[in-house]
Write a protein that binds this ligand. Structure first.
Ligand code: ADP
Length: 310
């Protein structure tokens, strides 16, 4: 008699790592509504939601970035709402310092957003390579960030997640603000009560849940200028708890070698009281951007090396 081999007991369950599988992306992507075909190019990076690839428009040859979100990530209504909200805000924007959104379409597998290509990655990679940059470079990058923020605030939009990784760079090292996943519009003098997500440079009023508005972007720009100049975030510590405690107590120091205009602007933007922080318009005309050298452009070599000015 043939013995049926005894089935082995199942192995103990290994802990399941919640690593996202990359989306299945065809080599030729079809935007049916517009009759456009794109060739998928190199992988550019991934975020919490999306994987991003270089795309080439087959008929015009134009190269752009394509954000791909698998439909399996958009099953729940709140996930779809978040994506629609992000695209709705972002697609209306047109400014040299904001990543341009071209189109939004889907195929049976994925949702696609075509975007202006930022081929030189972001200020995060620059920071990792260079740590502190020179004051003229910090002035150059921050001024462009402020121009973008001023445009957004004039349209009553708060970005709410300004951070080095969301400040993209094109081939000419022009800064482009991207990732509008936490952005919102403000009506009148409304204070926002909730924020779904964790902004990187979180302002004290968000931590304390006492209502927040445009001032959270100014706080984040203060953190960005600080990191560019001094090579590390102002409230950085070993644990998130300690960092939050430092933010709540406004516990940070400005290195003694900082220039007076830089130190003064950072102090104003990192004011613990949101109403006392300067508006985007006031930051834009601050003395820090009017004194000292402001390069009109930077060489690509500055992504890895200190540039020689003059
Ligand atoms: P998510 O919405 O999932 O957070 P992101 O907007 O952060 O996605 O994009 C994910 C990654 O894709 C980025 O970290 C970056 O590497 C790359 N990326 C996003 N937008 C562009 C772009 N316009 N040009 C080049 N790369 C981009």
């Amino acid at each position: 008699m043939n013995r049926v081999p005894a089935t082995k007991p199942p192995p103990p369950k290994a802990p399941v790592r919640k690593e996202k599988a990359p989306p299945v992306v065809p080599d030729l992507i079809n935007d049916k509504d517009r009759g456009t075909q794109y060739e998928k190019g190199r992988f550019l990076g991934k975020g919490g939601f999306a994987h991003c690839y270089e795309l080439r428009n087959k008929s015009t040859g134009e190269i752009m970035a394509g954000k791909v979100v698998p439909k399996t990530m958009l099953v729940k209504q709140y996930q779809r709402d978040k994506m629609t909200q992000e695209v709705q805000i972002h697609r209306e924007l047109c400014h040299p310092n904001i990543v341009k959104v071209f189109h939004f379409f889907e195929d049976p597998l994925n949702v696609y957003i075509t975007l202006e290509l930022c081929a030189r990655r972001s200020l995060m990679e620059l920071h990792k390579r260079r740590k502190a940059v020179t004051e003229p470079e910090a002035r150059y990058f921050t001024y462009q960030v402020v121009e973008g923020v001023l445009y957004l605030h004039n349209l009553k939009i708060i970005h709410r997640d300004m951070k080095l990784g969301n400040l993209f760079l094109n081939n000419d090292l022009v800064v482009k603000i991207g990732d509008f996943g936490l952005a919102t519009t403000v009506e009148g003098d409304e204070r926002k009560k909730t924020l779904c997500g964790t902004p990187n440079y979180i302002a004290p009023e968000v931590l304390n849940k006492c209502g927040h508005s445009f001032e959270v972007d100014i706080w984040a720009v203060g953190c960005i200028l600080y990191i560019l100049l001094f090579g590390q975030p102002p409230f950085e510590s070993k644990s998130l708890e300690e960092t939050y405690s430092r933010i709540r107590h406004n516990n940070y120091t400005i290195p003694a070698n900082a220039s007076q205009p830089a130190a003064s602007l950072i102090r104003k933007m990192l004011d613990p009281v949101p109403m006392r922080r300067p508006t985007a318009k006031e930051v834009h005309r601050d003395i820090f951007f009017r004194t000292g050298f402001m390069p009109t452009r930077l060489p690509v070599s500055c992504l890895t090396m200190v540039p020689k000015f003059g």
